[in-house]
Ligand binder design. Structure first.
Ligand code: 1HN
Length: 357
């Protein structure tokens, strides 16, 4: 790493003896370390771009078109991945995929499991179910549903309306470490072996939990996070904490108090009417979804305007501010980030601009 500018690193020059040595090293299956040092920047330069996918103009109309042309049983999923123009692969940020997925009345997206961890955030329709390891989790408006790593999951719509939701998965991270395992459920239908809503009754009470052993090494036992509880928490917090243009809560694993998935953390944000948040920069990347409201997000030197239903890619290591453009109504955002991956390895960074900056 370069400390200040006074000590340039990897300035070894083009001495012919050094060039000859380098060539010999490469022929021997070796790479001189100073060539690596000379080729990397001192801080990450994100390849992903700040980008907005409009709900009204892109996501919803394209999903409606996909209703006719895609059968979710043949295709496994009727989903549209938000492909970041800076990445050129199935990725929305460096580590995360966002997609929208739709299931029509009477359809079922078949059960499978994978090493990629996933979550769903409901956008349109209500009452369809994601069945996670045998438990039907009902998809109510703006609820968050977890399908943790290697859990069986299918999506079944027994209502009379289409349902559309946002998927977030850690697929680019899993592909980056070449650990993609995938398995279809061995039978046509995953048995509904647990009562609907069981996880929320047992682990969603907030101030108490079922008595018993405290150690829990598996995934979060809570799989469904209803929106009304998050919104109530945000509204109460906003009265208490008025330091910034908005307030944020983290969805948590109630057993550990930690993130909802080992690789993905989820947050809900409330922006005050007219509120502008303090500039913040972190080395985690994020998917942002507008639950309700209209505003804009300033990302580096770009301004992304948004309204209800839109999804945004927020690159890592870039300064970000959110602004609510309504002077009378609060705005609500949902975000999913790869923060737990960075924290697990002790490399998470975060900077806040000085107040007023
Ligand atoms: C997947 O398995 C689902 O299970 C959704 O619903 C989106 C995007 C990429 C790869 C796998 C699902 C996905 C996905």
């Amino acid at each position: 790493m370069n400390i200040g500018s006074s000590r340039p690193v990897a300035q070894v020059g083009n001495d012919p003896k050094l060039v000859a040595f380098s060539q010999a090293a490469h022929r021997s299956g070796l790479m001189p370390g100073w060539e690596f040092q000379g080729g990397v920047s001192d801080a990450p330069v994100p390849a992903e771009q700040a980008y907005r996918w409009s709900w009204a103009e892109v996501l919803r109309p394209m999903m409606v078109k996909a209703y006719d042309v895609v059968d979710p049983v043949k295709a496994e999923r009727r989903n549209l991945i938000m492909a970041n123009p800076g990445l050129g692969r199935a990725a929305t940020t460096q580590t995360l995929i966002a997609a929208i997925q739709g299931v029509l009345p009477g359809e079922i997206a078949p059960a499978h499991r994978h090493t990629a961890g996933a979550l769903r955030f409901m956008i349109e329709g209500r009452g369809a179910a994601t069945v996670v390891d045998g438990e039907p989790c009902y998809m109510e408006p703006a609820s968050l549903i977890l399908t943790p790593q290697w859990c069986w999951h299918d999506h079944a719509n027994e209502t009379d309306q289409p349902v559309i939701w946002l998927d977030v998965l850690d697929v680019p991270f899993i592909m980056g470490i070449n650990q993609w395992f995938w398995e279809p459920f061995p039978h046509e239908i995953q048995p509904r072996s647990r009562p609907r809503g069981e996880n929320l009754t047992l682990f969603g009470a907030g101030i108490v939990r079922p008595a018993g052993p405290r150690v829990h090494d598996g995934p979060s036992p809570l799989l469904v996070y209803p929106w009304d509880r998050a919104e109530t928490a945000l509204t109460e917090l906003a009265d208490l904490d008025t330091r910034d243009g908005g307030v944020t809560v983290e969805y948590n694993n109630p057993v550990t108090g930690g993130p909802v998935l080992p690789t993905i953390a989820c947050f809900a944000h409330r922006l005050r009417p007219g509120g502008l948040t303090r500039a913040r920069r972190t080395n985690s990347s994020a998917i942002l979804h507008v639950v309700r409201g209209r505003g804009r997000t300033i990302v580096g030197d770009q301004k992304l305007e948004w309204e209800t239903g839109d999804c945004l890619a927020i690159p890592h290591w870039t300064w970000v501010q959110h602004e609510n453009r309504s002077a009378t109504e609060p705005a609500f955002l949902f975000s999913a980030t790869d923060t737990p991956i960075l924290e697990a390895f002790g490399i998470y960074r975060e900077e806040l601009a000085r107040a007023g900056a």
